[in-house]
Design a protein around this ligand. Structure first.
Ligand code: COA
Length: 568
């Protein structure tokens, strides 16, 4: 079928549906929901069989839903209505939540139900639930709805509030007052819940040191205490704030009045106000840990759940140090675990944007990423595995490919390209790694396509070695089992020997240093050259400026060649 996506943005959920539906043989074209006129134009140009709205912030124009079946993906259980579905579910401590696929009609979220899927709620932030449980449930429900539509004989069910199974209700947009923190009354769990209901957008508005700030990235603290509301410690980029019964860490803040009004590490925004606070060294039961190592038998696991998968210069340097220490242990395998939401999204664009010289900071950041990639590629004491629980984008994908094996969770989406960031050339030794694992031809098409890729396609192209179970917990279990068996093989030393020889042969053919210099020469032009595209694209990304049109890579209906193909 020809399916048109009408969506506010090509976000992770939209990308996942794009990949899934294409996998089942459907042709997808995407139009950003800019205004009614643009939406109507897209419909006329594409003449789709079906319209899907994976992520919409406005109603679909009547002229569209009257003529076409439009399926809206609502991140709520049956009967739920309103723009803050997941925010309310978290704040109200719902035990089970879901996704409903509804047919658009005159009233928002009130249409007939084509499919739904439910899941157990997890204690996590809104964005994390959206990227994991909501995305999985949406994929399941949309595939079911599409197959029902295709069958031609399914009649969607009207929403029936008297049905005891229909638990949802209409809820308004959640305002700041509904999640405002009362530091003198709220316990840790309540504060966590309030911050999580607004993470990553819009954040909870609060005040600190006389400034109005938005709070994100909250994690419980297990041992520190203090006077409720007071900031009592710091750890890396995070601050620790006491509650009535303990304390919690806040990793990121946003200050709308600041010169850089986007999310930044808390200590960076509060600067001198928190300078004198005691610095806590992160341990398992205390502090804000963004890198940790655990060992089980012959396998070492390095975790690095950086917020939004963004890796700044210092984070890369600290991770490289932790990696080098892991290599000194008497284990056989190192598994690079990333985090449950993202494995890595490459350079930290917010920190770069906030730097005195974004060009210099870009240069430092890419070099720190390259140093980390180099340490992984050079490892001859261990076999290495990148285990992707969550998505990876841009340099993050190539950093993963620096490991000997890349194992991914089935639902993971990869964006193995840099060009969308103002034609950034990219580094992380991708010019070596991509042809080596994917072959020259595939390497070229991957880089040029600028499209998200599902796990199976990535495996076919050689970007990924193994696709494992689809929920995060069973993926982690499967990774551990496989890594154990890999470490236990009797010919382990000959595998290591083979790896050393292969690296040596590659090095003789073309030294890694040459790849790096050639890549960085192009990056230098991106950062310091006459063409400002990278700086403009980064600014637009960090400031979240809405796109004025849909990129041609995904708007097939706007490509002249596609239109001709259909006429012929
Ligand atoms: N640096 C800083 N923040 C980043 C980031 C990066 N490299 N990549 C993603 N983020 C942030 C986004 O700003 C967003 O922040 P929010 O919490 O305020 O909403 C959040 O992570 C999620 O990103 P989003 O784009 O909404 O997620 P997605 O899953 O829909 O898309 C990507 C994933 C990777 C396609 C997209 O985030 C992207 O293009 N990132 C930039 C990658 C890049 O060019 N890196 C630099 C070159 S190495």
């Amino acid at each position: 079928m020809r399916i048109l996506f009408l969506t506010h943005a090509f976000n992770s959920l939209t990308q996942r549906l794009f990949v899934e539906l294409q996998h089942y043989g459907h042709e997808i074209s995407v139009e950003f929901d800019i205004n009614d006129e643009v939406a109507l134009e897209a419909v006329v140009l594409y003449r789709p069989d079906l319209i899907i709205a994976p992520f919409l912030k406005r109603a679909i124009p009547e002229a569209v839903w009257r003529r076409y079946v439009c399926l809206v993906v609502h991140p709520g259980v049956r009967g739920d209505r309103g723009p803050s579905a997941l925010d309310w579910a978290i704040l109200n401590q719902e035990k089970r939540w879901g996704v409903t696929v509804l047919q658009a009609n005159a009233e928002m979220d009130a249409g007939d139900i084509w499919a739904y899927s439910e899941f157990d709620m997890r204690e996590a932030g809104k964005a994390s639930l959206y990227r994991n449980e909501i995305t999985e449930a949406a994929a399941e429900a949309v595939l079911l709805a599409v197959s029902r539509f295709q069958s031609g004989n399914f009649r969607p069910h009207a929403q029936d509030p008297s049905d005891p199974e229909v638990r949802g209700e209409r809820r308004p947009l959640m305002h700041q007052s509904e999640r405002a923190i009362d530091w003198n009354r709220d316990d840790t769990e309540t504060v966590l819940r309030k911050i999580r209901s607004a993470d990553g957008f819009p954040g909870v508005r609060d005040s600190l040191f006389g400034r109005e700030l938005f709070l994100y990235d909250a994690r419980p603290e297990k041992s520190l205490h203090g006077k409720a509301g007071e900031v009592i410690a710091r750890c890396g980029g995070a601050i620790c704030r006491a509650t009535t019964d303990g304390a919690l860490w806040i990793g990121h803040l946003r200050n709308k009045q600041y010169a850089h009004p986007f999310k930044l590490p808390a200590t960076m925004l509060l600067a001198s106000d928190v300078e004198e606070l005691p610095e806590i060294m992160p341990k398992q039961d205390s502090g804000y840990q963004d890198i940790w190592y655990e060992e089980k038998g012959l396998v070492g696991y390095l975790h690095f759940p950086f917020y939004n998968g963004a890796m700044g210069t210092q984070q890369c340097q600290r991770l490289r140090q932790a990696y080098i220490e892991a290599c000194q242990q008497s284990t056989r395998i190192i598994v690079l675990m990333g985090g449950p939401d993202y494995w890595s999204n490459g350079m930290h664009l917010n920190l770069i944007e906030a730097a005195d010289s974004p060009a210099d900071e870009s240069w430092r950041n890419i070099n720190a990423l390259d140093d980390l990639a180099l340490a992984i590629i050079h490892t001859d004491s261990h076999l290495t595995i990148a285990a992707l629980q969550g998505n990876a984008g841009a340099g993050g994908v190539f950093l993963a490919r620096a490991a000997d094996e890349v194992w991914v969770r089935e639902g993971v989406i990869l964006n193995p390209h840099y060009k969308d960031m103002g034609n950034l050339y990219g580094s992380e030794y991708w010019t070596y790694l991509l042809p080596r694992y994917a072959g020259a031809e595939n390497a070229e098409s991957i880089i040029q396509a600028r499209l998200p890729m599902g796990s199976h396609e990535a495996q076919t192209l050689g970007l990924v070695n193994e696709v494992l179970d689809n929920d995060v917990q069973s993926f982690v279990r499967a990774v551990k089992q496989r890594a154990d068996s890999m470490a236990a093989v009797s010919d382990f030393s000959s595998r290591l020997e083979y790896k050393r020889k292969r690296r040596l042969a590659d090095e003789i053919q073309k030294p890694l240093q040459d790849y790096r210099e050639q890549e960085l020469e192009r990056m230098q032009l991106n950062f310091y050259g006459f063409d400002p595209s990278y700086h403009v694209a980064r600014y637009n990304f960090v400031y979240k400026l809405p796109r004025s049109r849909t990129p041609m890579t995904i708007a097939r209906h706007r490509r002249t060649d596609e239109r001709l193909r259909r006429v012929i």
